[in-house]
Design a protein around this ligand. Sequence first.
Ligand code: BDR
Ligand code: CA
Length: 322
Amino acid sequence: MIDKKKVVIDCDPGIDDCFALMLCIKHLDVKGIVAVGGNTGLKYTERNARYMTELTGRPDIPVYAGYDMPMLNKLVRATEVHGSGGLGTVAIEEPKKQLEKQHGVDYLIDTFMNHDDISLITLGPLTNVAQAILKEPQLKTRIPEILCMGGAAFCGNTTPAAEFNIYVDPEAAKIVFESGIPIRMVGLNVTRQNHMTFEDVKTLKAMGNPVADFAAEILSFTAGQDGRTGLCDACAVSWMVDDHIITKSAKVHVDVETKGEFTRGMTLCDWREYMGKDPKMDIAHEKQYDKSDLVPNVDVALEFDEKRFREVLFGTIASYGE
Ligand code: BDR
Ligand code: CA
């Protein structure tokens, strides 16, 4: 049997976070889940995380609560996208599974100070991770890597410049992106390459297992808004689940804008090295004028195999019925 990759997941479920958890719980060795306030309040995100462990048959996975509010920013939620309880119109019972007593930030610190082989996945605002780094700065050399759904290589969603997870807590994102911890970033430029629609709701309904039924319900809420959804967090974790879904990435320097009047929360990617150089990587088809002296700190995902992602996602959800 192949050893599964060990991960801790910090998330704010959230509809697409739930899909990401379905993938991670099946394919990865999930050591713990930490909830953060983001899409909705912490009292719902931690409850939804606990619910997902029960639904997927893994109530043994510990769930911790971290911070509800961003470090400095005004409070921003995405309840119009995820519903006030974070699961669209699906009303769930309070799970039997209990929340761990330890604070999520202390769990992050203990875990990464005592283990060398666990990766961190972040699917929400980076508040907990930044607070953990501030409380225990040695984490900068203890966390081997962060796979982050957040940011955008080119264009935001909450604002023209900023993606939601970064926009909610730009100061936290800045601390994490400047920490020196290797980061793989899956931003909106990739998740916009995925298209989930009502057709997919029908496919899920036909599977006839409780995970698929729940997936169909929450997908129908989010797909109903624009006729399609990218399921951002599920796209992001696919980079850990299957090496062949993200088909192109580039290591560049990424700064988080915290001051801009119009650009606060933007992930500013330094693409100067990728212009007019290598036709395979040339993102702008322009002559290169400047050579960057900024050190790359992020591996930014660029291209995505939608067909393969869909096969993995649907195959995984169907397998919950076996
Ligand atoms: C991100 O924001 C949240 O609404 C989603 O759960 C995802 O993590 C997409 O911008
Ligand atoms: Ca999320």
